[in-house]
Write a protein that binds this ligand. Structure first.
Ligand SMILES: [Zn+2]
Length: 232
């Protein structure tokens, strides 16, 4: 059997956990690594054991997507410097002016279900560039391919590419500012900024200071596991 090395480029991921390959077709054993490109979009390489026609790979990539069904988070209701406040008596986050409790997570999901034509808040797809190449074990090409795939495994995401120009530093800053206020999970404190109490809300939440990996500069935009293995 001839192993194939597949590189998949230009993947745009929203915050949160993701499965990069959907279960559209059964795939043989794979190992992969996700790393940021210089423009900070996630980029993935996979080594796949077996022979798969490239046409099938392209079809699978084109048909693979992931939807995130969350309440809308595109319009910020509260500013970071005047967020909702925790009301101990009500055991709820409330509006800082009116004292009215914010929508609960369950109610926000119910509202989503009642919409006539609901849309997922995030849809993730592979980018257009899917490059596949066959590799024969024991060749120089195989060694190079393994080196290429594993190059960034031992580095933290922030060390894959250093921002060297003002433009790159500004880009990093803009992405951080945006992800700082973007909800990363159902329990993210940032939901408060959109008028929603996150799932299992409690009084210690701090909007804009969620500890989720996706918000941190060292792992910006890459919240899930960077090393992907199938163990079949
Ligand atoms: Zn978060």
């Amino acid at each position: 059997m001839r192993p194939a090395v597949v590189t998949v480029e230009r993947v745009t991921l929203p915050p949160g956990r993701l499965s990069l390959i959907g279960p559209a077709v059964p795939l043989p054993a794979i190992a992969g690594c996700v790393e940021p490109q210089r423009r900070l979009a996630p980029h993935a390489h996979f080594a796949i054991r077996g022979t798969i026609p490239r046409t099938v790979l392209r079809q699978v990539a084109a048909a693979t997507y992931h939807q995130v069904w969350w309440p809308p988070a595109d319009e910020q209701v509260y500013a970071l410097d005047r967020p909702p406040v925790w009301d101990n008596n009500a055991a709820a986050w409330v509006d800082p002016d009116t004292g009215e409790p914010l929508t609960t997570w369950a109610d926000a999901l119910d509202a989503l279900n009642l919409q006539a034509d609901p849309e997922p808040v995030h849809v993730v797809r592979f980018g257009r560039q899917v490059h596949a190449g066959g590799v024969t074990p024991g060749t120089v090409h195989a060694e190079r391919s393994i080196g290429y795939i594993t190059k960034y495994i031992t580095k933290s995401a922030a060390d894959c590419h250093k921002a060297e120009t003002d433009r790159q530093r500004d880009h990093l800053e803009r992405l951080w500012q945006e992800l700082r206020i973007t909800p990363c999970s159902e329990r993210c404190a940032n939901w408060l900024l959109y008028g929603i109490q996150p799932k299992k809300a409690h009084g210690r939440l701090q909007a804009g200071r969620c500890k989720g990996k996706v918000h941190q500069r060292a792992t910006l935009g890459i919240g899930g596991c960077r090393i992907l293995l199938s163990r079949d």
